[in-house]
Design a protein around this ligand. Structure first.
Ligand code: GCU
Length: 332
């Protein structure tokens, strides 16, 4: 409730986002796009988006600007996505899991082991032949355009005890994103899945509502989850994906020239993010270790075997299957 009302206050405060037009340079004359992010300012996505914003202002002579709202200030991802669809927010970073319910084809990229590495993932999601019409598939019904993405890196399980084999998860309540596929993923891995928005996880771990969660090392550290779950078990079950989504009408209101500048600077932001990701992940592991976190190797084969049925269960559309298979062919 608190998050929703503060989001509404912010939106009311912002009003419509400026005059737009091709008028002139300088702050105040252009249009400011509001971008919803659930990460904190020390997460590399905030850093890369902030640089993206600076470059967009510069290359459109101030006609287009971006203001990034971190920390779920415009709402948690589910709400931010709805607000972007409505047009009261212009841009949002949302996890791929949030798009599953709008179009089941997105499931292909949310599955365990679809991507072998961050580099494989980036190659696939920027390959138009593989992605096909996926990114424009929400335009007609939802007024949402998918613009590409940032990696979430490799996700693993963390808890107040080691989880080295599926049997260790028996009876454990493990937080997942709001996704049917990920609920099933944790069930197959041996646990009890609890879907929940990102910002609620710390308190839920602390109070014992959750026994564990799964995420990447950067989120584990920037969200301070390591303070309340001291054991990291390298299940490496998934390379996750965040998308930048934009309100279609708003994006179409840009001139061709400004839209080209937007696309160019966003492509540069994706590259910067991937570079940052590698160094930030190494830093997060080092920070967690010096805070006393224990890292554990797991029985990877046993988890893989447990997860094997998920692919066939989850790929329910022909397009999802084609995208998944083309992604696998691009591995290696
Ligand atoms: C990652 C991802 C977020 C997502 C979060 C989560 O941090 O980058 O987009 O919301 O995981 O687990 O909810």
């Amino acid at each position: 409730v608190a998050a929703a009302s503060s989001a509404m206050a912010l939106l009311a405060g912002c009003g419509a986002s400026g005059g737009g037009g091709e008028g002139g340079a300088g702050a105040g004359r252009g249009t400011t796009l509001r971008l919803a992010l659930n990460q904190s300012e020390d997460h590399p996505s905030f850093v890369a988006l902030d640089h993206f914003a600076d470059r967009l202002t510069e290359s459109t002579d101030g006609r287009w600007n971006i203001e990034v709202f971190p920390n779920e200030n415009l709402g948690a991802q589910q709400e931010a996505l709805q607000l972007t669809s409505d047009g009261s927010v212009d841009l949002a970073i949302v996890s791929g899991t949030q798009l599953e319910d709008l179009n089941k084809d997105f499931v292909a990229f949310n599955l365990p082991h679809v991507f072998d590495s961050v580099d494989h993932q980036m190659k696939v999601i920027n390959d138009k032949k593989i992605v096909g019409g996926l990114y424009s598939s929400l335009e007609d019904r939802n007024d949402l355009t998918v613009l590409g993405g940032f990696t979430q890196g490799t996700r693993s399980i963390y808890a107040d005890k080691p989880v080295t084999k599926p049997a260790d998860l028996a009876g454990m309540k493990v937080r997942v994103q709001e996704s049917k596929v990920h609920i099933r993923m944790i069930e197959l891995m041996g646990g009890a899945a609890t879907p929940m928005s990102y910002g609620e996880v710390y308190t839920a771990l602390q109070s014992g509502v959750l026994d564990g969660a799964e995420n990447n090392e950067v989120s584990y550290v920037t969200q301070k989850h390591f303070e309340v779950a001291k054991h990291w078990s390298r299940t490496d079950h998934l390379v996750g994906l965040d998308y930048l989504v934009g309100n279609t009408g708003r994006l179409e209101s840009m001139s061709d020239r400004d839209r080209a500048a937007f696309d160019r600077e966003w492509a540069a932001a994706m590259k910067e993010f991937t570079r940052l990701w590698k160094t930030e992940t190494a830093q997060a592991v080092a920070d967690a270790k010096s805070a006393g976190v224990q890292f554990h190797d797991v029985d990877e084969k046993a988890f893989r075997k447990a997860l094997a049925p998920l692919t066939d269960e989850a790929l329910t559309t022909e397009t999802a299957r084609e995208v998944y298979e083309a992604s696998r062919r691009a591995a290696g």
